[in-house]
Design a protein around this ligand. Structure first.
Ligand SMILES: Nc1ncnc2c1ncn2[C@@H]1O[C@H](COP(=O)(O)OP(=O)(O)O)[C@@H](O)[C@H]1O
Ligand SMILES: [Mg+2]
Length: 246
């Protein structure tokens, strides 16, 4: 579904991403791991078009997407959960998701379609599949940190992504919230058929949830493979024993 090949990005003289490679098969849950500063967030920004790569290719569903603006990449089916910034604190949970659903419908305009009704049904469906139905009428601003982060995922689902990118979805969550959120992510992949690409510093989560793991260090890809292949890889063991904090 997504194929990143030899992608690089420099900030001034500093090469944050160095000829990185990543493959995301359709329907899979893929994790990117690596110490702080390894280039994970920069790589995600390159895929979603927030940053432009200096070289390399990013192919999504058979089409080159590097260089396209973010809204165009989103329209093609790559969604991303933005942190807190995207949540309207003074709207209800329902309204937050509905706004995202309506924004998507406006992009695929069908003039005489009863947009409002469809948006309501779709919003309910997203709240249901993210476990937020019980919170639908609450103001987003009063949710727990964990629920707000789940709401970010629900908002991202409003754009009907085929590939959903999550940057440390469980950051700042309690162990219980973390477990619930990763179960949710797994279910989204299974029940909504959404392909998931995420990065995460908690190795237990990564190795229990991801079917494929790509390891980054100093901007480069060390290896991508199954959890077992990654665990047994010498370079990975050395990188992690060598003092990375991930
Ligand atoms: N906009 C930027 N300008 C300059 N340096 C940046 C910028 N964004 C990231 N970096 C640097 O690039 C490196 C990779 O950062 P990042 O992709 O955020 O890593 P990670 O998400 O793996 O922790 C870091 O050294 C960071 O300081
Ligand atoms: Mg990061």
């Amino acid at each position: 579904m997504l194929s990143v090949e030899g992608v690089s990005k420099s900030f001034d003289q500093f090469m944050a991403v160095r000829r990185a490679n990543l493959t995301v098969p359709e329907g899979s849950v893929v994790a990117v791991i690596g110490p702080n500063g390894a280039g994970k967030t920069t790589l995600f920004n390159l895929i979603t078009g927030q940053l432009k790569s200096d070289r390399g290719s990013i192919v999504f569903r058979g089409e080159e997407i590097s260089g396209l603006p973010p809204y165009e990449i989103c329209r093609r089916g790559i969604g991303r959960a933005f942190q807190i910034a995207n949540v309207f604190a003074r709207l209800t949970v329902f309204e937050n998701v509905q706004v995202a659903v309506l924004a998507q419908q406006r992009k695929s305009t069908h003039l005489f379609r009863p947009a409002q009704g469809i948006a309501v049904a779709e919003t309910h469906s997203i709240l249901e599949s993210t476990g937020l139905t019980g919170q639908a009428r609450r103001l987003a601003g009063v949710l727990s940190h964990g629920d707000q982060r789940v709401l970010e995922i629900a908002i991202a689902l409003g754009s009907q992504p085929k590939l959903l990118i999550l940057d440390e979805p469980t950051a700042g969550m309690s162990p219980e919230e973390t477990a619930t959120t990763m179960t949710l992510v797994n279910q989204l992949a299974k029940t909504r058929g959404i392909t998931i690409l995420f990065c995460e510093h908690d190795m237990d989560i990564v190795f229990s949830v991801a079917q494929s793991i790509m390891v980054m260090q100093h901007g480069s890809t060390i290896i991508q493979g199954t959890p077992d292949q990654v665990r047994q890889n010498r370079a990975v063991q050395e990188a992690y024993l060598g003092g990375g904090d991930a």
